[in-house]
Write a protein that binds this ligand. Structure first.
Ligand SMILES: [Cu+2]
Length: 242
């Protein structure tokens, strides 16, 4: 009886670990939700939804490992908004980030790897302070519990092929060094009607983050009195200055 109980508890733990995690399998554009891994590279965890912990891994580039089918490339205009549907919901606390990388000479969105200093951060979200008295926490992560996330392609971005990288960093157990959980994916886009923006600074994956970054190694539950000063890891955001 005892062993049956132990087995049941172990099984329940496995189930909750799996269902607690999330991927970004569906692109959303102009009211259409595309099928799984259409225009989005199939991620290493597409079946088990595991978090990535290793900040030194090239898997961090696009959350792919080994080969994956070419998902195709979607044509969008600079300034358009695209989204990612979440498998389930983002049920961990932490920042949401977006990066873009432009295909180099003789590369396309489909052929580029995402290696090297090619990435520019185009958006990041910090926690926000709430003053609602009934809230247990004094702050909220804007994308906590989100079922989809959206990003505007910078209106001044130059025309060309790009990878658009979404990333959510879960910090609920980040009080232990190295216990940040990374989730994300890359969409393959052809950006048309672009502008003359000059993006930067550029960063690389791996390389953008280290395990003792103040935004990756902290206790968000206790002794954290100034969430508005939370430092989102990685380079500063580039925008068109609009
Ligand atoms: Cu987790």
């Amino acid at each position: 009886m005892l062993s049956f109980l132990a087995l049941t508890v172990a099984f329940a733990t496995i189930i909750s670990t799996t269902t607690a995690h999330y991927t970004f399998p569906n692109l959303l554009y102009k009211g259409t939700q595309y099928p799984d891994y259409t225009y989005i590279r199939r991620t290493w965890n597409y079946q088990n939804y595991y978090p990535l912990f290793d900040l030194t891994s090239p898997v961090l580039q696009c959350f792919t490992n080994g080969s994956f089918p070419n998902p195709g490339t979607l044509t969008v205009s600079a300034g358009d908004t695209v989204g990612f549907k979440v498998s389930g919901r983002i049920i961990h606390e932490g920042p949401l980030l977006f990066y873009m990388a432009k295909a180099g000479f003789r590369q396309t969105a489909a052929s580029m790897t995402g290696a090297g200093a090619v990435w520019v951060k185009i958006n990041e979200t910090k926690p926000v302070i709430t003053n609602v008295p009934e809230e247990l926490e004094l702050y909220k992560w804007p994308y906590y519990n989100a079922a989809e996330v959206h990003i505007q392609i910078p209106p001044c971005l130059s025309t060309g092929d790009y990878l658009l990288r979404v990333e959510h960093i879960a910090l609920h157990i980040a009080f232990e060094e190295g216990q940040h959980e990374f989730f994300g994916a890359c969409a393959q886009l052809k950006v048309v009607n672009g502008g003359n923006g000059v993006p930067g600074p550029y960063t690389s994956f791996p390389g953008a983050y280290s395990s003792n970054d103040p935004g990756l190694f902290l206790d968000i539950h206790r002794n954290w009195t100034l969430p508005e000063e939370y430092e989102v890891p990685g380079p500063p955001v580039w925008s068109c200055g609009l």
